[in-house]
Ligand binder design. Structure first.
Ligand SMILES: Nc1ncnc2c1ncn2[C@@H]1O[C@H](COP(=O)(O)OP(=O)(O)O)[C@@H](O)[C@H]1O
Ligand SMILES: [Mg+2]
Length: 264
């Protein structure tokens, strides 16, 4: 007990047991070269954290390995101090949109109802209360008028809103989103960020892979910066320093972009 207290004091302020998602020593490889190498991450509860890094930095791989979708070479992940397999009901994951097969004929309302499956009980019967809840989640993302449309007929932004509605229906504690703003219009981006902030304000934890450095400070509380290795982790203020960004992006971050971020 004493030992545990001592060690938690000298490491991150959020202990592994209290972290919505804690990753230790995670190494993942698709071939010879690791895509993610020996990464530690401790997500702070009740915050919005951006996972940032250049293309191919291992952001998607890290999320998938943390969720057990990919098997790592080494490393562990816990969700609120317990193995991920025991905590699935507390996690909502929105994968990168490009990775989903949209040719499958499914109506919007059915996609959202999928988020309710774990709550349907033994008989798994969809009742009016479930439809009402799914419709309410669609309304929260501004898609209530599209309930009976085929998902494949929607624009990229509309599909992303539906995916978010499904995550909302899950009523999770931890929301993990992989590039939720990729390929969406500006109005959808604003709508999604408003929903994510309302989740955070209700005490939920949100982690999103994010691409656009210029909106990180406006959208997020914390940043996890990765380029195969963990480069930095902490508040936006602490992580958004020129030397950290240079470490992660190297020459790929042009001077003009650095200037736009108004770094010291
Ligand atoms: N299924 C896969 N098979 C082989 N290599 C992959 C696969 N998925 C990703 N990679 C490689 O792993 C590295 C990290 O990919 P990824 O996690 O998708 O990066 P990011 O999400 O940061 O863009 C990249 O070099 C990518 O080419
Ligand atoms: Mg990715």
């Amino acid at each position: 007990m004493t030992l545990e207290l001592a060690s938690s004091r000298e490491t991150a302020p959020t202990s592994r047991a209290h972290s919505p998602l804690a990753v230790r020593g995670m190494t993942v490889s698709y071939g010879q070269k690791p895509a993610v190498f020996s990464v530690d991450m401790t997500v702070e509860p009740g915050k919005m954290t951006a996972i940032i890094g250049p293309n191919g930095a291992g952001k998607s791989t890290l999320l998938k390995a943390a969720l057990g979708i990919l098997t790592p070479l080494a490393g562990t992940a816990t969700v609120y101090g317990k193995p991920v397999a025991e905590q699935r009901h507390r996690i909502a994951y929105v994968p990168q949109r490009a990775s989903v097969d949209w040719d499958f004929p499914t109506r919007v309302i059915d996609v959202v109802l999928m988020g309710l499956y774990p709550q349907l009980g033994l008989l798994g019967r969809i009742r009016p209360v479930h439809r009402a809840r799914a419709t309410d989640c669609l309304a929260r993302v501004g898609m209530e008028d599209f309930a009976t449309r085929q998902i494949g007929q929607l624009s990229g932004g509309q599909q992303q809103r539906v995916f978010l509605a499904r995550a909302l229906a899950q009523d999770a504690d931890l929301y993990l989103l992989d590039e939720p703003f990729a390929g969406v219009d500006a109005a959808t981006e604003k709508a999604i960020i408003a929903v994510l902030k309302s989740l955070r304000d209700a005490g939920k934890t949100v982690v999103a892979v994010h691409h656009d450095l210029s909106t990180v400070a406006e959208y997020f509380d914390n940043v996890f910066l990765i380029n195969t290795h963990r480069v930095a982790e902490g508040s936006v203020e602490d992580v958004f320093q020129a030397h950290h960004l240079q470490d992660a992006y190297g020459g790929r971050l042009a001077g003009a972009q650095m200037d736009a971020l108004q770094l010291s």
